[in-house]
Ligand binder design. Sequence first.
Ligand code: HEC
Length: 111
Amino acid sequence: MKYLIIATLSALLLFAEESFITEGEYGQMLYENPRGIGCVHCHGKRGEGALIARYKDNGEQKELRAPGIREIPLAKLKSSLLKRHRVMPTYFLTDKEIRAIFYYLHMGGEE
Ligand code: HEC
């Protein structure tokens, strides 16, 4: 009986934890782990853009950068995630997930 109560309580706690994450936390989770390589690895901690690699091309020093995406409008974020890129992978995110990432990128300051 005691174990049953403990099991029920922990199930309730788990449930509570899942339903009480904010839209921003959900967006951050997806930004860091979007079923594929995290956006965070290329676009920086919060979409500010980052240097991916430096390389030489015909003796010329070049840089590969992921652009800043914090100011990007929702429509552009969506279309960009649906199209094929040269460097960036293709993702299979739902509208709701893209909106959460958008929300996270546009939230001011730290949460
Ligand atoms: C492997 C590195 C890499 C990862 C991972 C990655 N990106 Fe990108 N992304 C790029 C590069 C490089 C570009 C610019 C060149 C291009 O379009 O391929 C870009 C372009 C974009 C653009 C278009 C920006 C503009 O101004 O046109 C958006 C929006 C974007 N990424 C969002 C995301 C999101 C959201 C994720 C995660 C779901 C993500 N990216 C993951 C490298 C990456």
